[in-house]
Write a protein that binds this ligand. Structure first.
Ligand SMILES: [Zn+2]
Length: 116
């Protein structure tokens, strides 16, 4: 007998490719598009609604995400949906996630040789 949880996991895993180098679980299905801030995040249809796959996967394994928290891709791979390892998708506070984004931006600028 399969529970709803098992069915959701199976539905997601059917479209996931595991990257043996990074350990990322890469979504091969549709994404939110290629432009803008919210781009390139995995999307799927669940019970007639379009949802972010990494969120659906995480919630399915760990439960509801409280309002002040959000999921961060520690591996910096937006298509990664891996819920069982906090070096991939991790629950953080919104504030911490925003700080990390700023840090990543500064690092990227430095790498390009721009004085920030
Ligand atoms: Zn990952």
């Amino acid at each position: 007998m399969s529970s709803r949880r098992d069915r959701i996991r199976a539905k997601i895993m059917a479209r996931v490719e595991i990257d043996s180098d990074t350990g990322c679980w890469l979504w091969t299905g549709p994404t939110s598009g290629s432009d803008g801030r919210g781009a390139d995040y995995p999307r799927m249809s669940l019970d007639g609604q379009t949802v972010a796959v990494h969120k659906a996967m995480w919630t399915n394994e760990h439960g509801f995400i409280p309002g002040k928290k959000e999921l961060d891709h520690v591996c910096r791979n937006r298509r990664c949906v891996r819920p069982d390892n906090d070096r991939h998708v991790q629950m953080v506070t919104r504030k911490r996630n925003a700080l990390r984004r700023e840090e990543a931006k500064r690092t990227a600028l430095r790498c390009e040789g721009v004085d920030a």
